[in-house]
Design a protein around this ligand. Structure first.
Ligand code: NDP
Ligand code: MG
Length: 393
């Protein structure tokens, strides 16, 4: 088998760490040749010692001496600064790019992978939310696969192989409903970061955990699904499924629904993206059918989850700048919430306000999208500074 040399971008995060385990478990022909972090230098040094990549990138702020020394003694190249991820992607010893960076910061590397003709294993859903049309068009032009790692999209990708494109009636993305699924709706506005970080079924990075509590995560995933599977938003539905066992479903025109089930563990979709079109024994457990399993499904309540309504608004605006504005506003609002600057209920309200003020542009270029991202960040930060904690409505 030809070697598959993998770059794991965001290797110090929740997905990145799981991906390192999966690649180590799979062994030949897979090998990690590059890793990256934003600031977690100590974790990066540990990963360098354990996985022996040829290249290490650190993108945020100061580069600690200990990291320089560790790279030197291991003979690994150290890349720093804002372009480090793109440099990693373009290295000759990288065949496959696994993007597990959080936020729109992952977009340049995604685009670079597709432009370099390297398969993109995508956890960084924000890439598709911001620049879905450009990424998908570039991938199609060059015949480069974009393989989803997001569990819902991996599930759809697996189930969709059971029918033809024109036989799909709709996809149904499942959502756990997050920690506030059973809270009285009028209490949710005042939830604390500690409340919102208590995800019922998944252990993930901070940003996506907050996104799961607001349901902006599902909003991003609806947009992600439209691009990945080339579906109009009318064919992408959401259902609340608190057990997180059914990872998503595809309904075909004859009324038959196919689903993918497994206990919640990201190692499953990470491995499938790596081994596709094959399957291999993995680290993730299978379902235990010797025990009673009770699975629930409920339609989403948009009063409880106004962020989902905003996501559908952005998805309906298709490949415009609106989704980029939503995403940027959400990134800023989540940071502000986690640092105690705004209430939980102000997250969706600030995003809505930024979306309303945004001058939506059709058929944007990459420069237009980056400008929409920049504008929405500044606008949201300004709104938050003008309207701090107690007033959110
Ligand atoms: P984490 O916060 O755990 O990890 C993020 C990674 O990206 C870290 O390595 C971090 O480095 C790095 N990073 C952070 N900011 C930047 C930046 N500005 N530039 C470059 N690198 C940066 O996130 P997750 O692993 O939870 O999520 C990663 C992506 O995968 C997200 O897009 C998320 O939506 C998606 N995803 C995650 C799932 C999960 O189960 N966690 C499930 C499905 C999708 P450092 O450690 O130094 O901060
Ligand atoms: Mg998901």
């Amino acid at each position: 088998l030809p070697e598959k040399r993998v770059a794991i971008l965001g290797s110090t995060g929740s997905i990145g760490v799981a991906a390192l385990d999966v690649v180590r478990h799979l062994g030949s022909p897979f090998r990690v040749t590059a890793i990256s972090a934003h600031k977690s230098a100590d974790k990066l040094i540990e990963q360098l010692d354990r996985h022996g990549p040829a290249a290490v990138a650190i993108t945020g702020g100061e580069v600690p001496d200990a990291l320089r020394a560790a790279c030197k003694s291991r003979g690994a190249s150290l890349l720093t600064g804002p372009d480090a991820l793109v440099e990693i992607v373009n290295r000759d010893d990288v065949d496959v790019v696994l993007n597990a960076v959080v936020g729109a910061a992952g977009l340049p590397a995604s685009l670079a992978a597709v432009n370099a003709g390297k398969p993109l294993l995508l956890a960084n859903k924000e890439s598709l939310v911001v620049a879905g049309r450009l990424l998908i068009d570039a991938a199609r032009d060059r015949g480069v696969p974009i393989l989803p790692i997001d569990s819902e999209h991996s599930a759809v990708f697996q189930a969709i192989q059971c029918g033809r494109r024109d036989e799909i009636r709709r996809v149904i993305l499942t959502a756990s409903g997050g920690p506030f699924r059973t809270w009285p709706v009028d209490k949710i506005d005042d939830a604390t970061p500690a409340d919102a970080l208590k995800h019922p079924t998944w252990r993930m990075g901070g940003k996506i955990t907050i996104d799961s509590a607001t349901m902006f995560n599902k909003s991003l995933e609806v947009i992600e699904a439209c691009w990945l599977f080339d579906l109009p938003v009318e064919q992408v539905d959401v259902v609340i499924h608190p057990e997180s066992i059914v990872h998503s479903m595809v309904e075909f025109v004859d009324g038959s629904t196919l689903a993918q089930l497994s206990p919640p563990d990201m190692k499953m979709p990470i491995q499938y993206a790596l081994t596709y079109p094959h399957r291999k024994p993995g680290l993730a457990r299978a379902m235990d059918w010797s025990k009673r399993q009770v699975l629930h499904f409920d339609p989403p309540d948009l009063e409880r989850y106004p962020a989902l309504r905003l996501g559908y608004d952005a998805a309906r605006a298709g490949g415009t700048t609106l989704a980029a504005a939503l995403n940027a506003a959400n990134e800023v609002a989540v940071d502000a919430f986690l640092s105690g600057k705004i209430r939980f209920g102000a997250i969706w309200r600030t995003v809505e306000q930024t979306m309303k003020r945004h001058a939506v542009q059709a058929l944007p270029t990459m420069a237009d999208l980056l400008e929409a991202d920049r504008w929405a960040r500044a606008e949201t930060a300004r709104a938050i500074a003008d309207c701090p904690l107690p007033t959110a409505g």
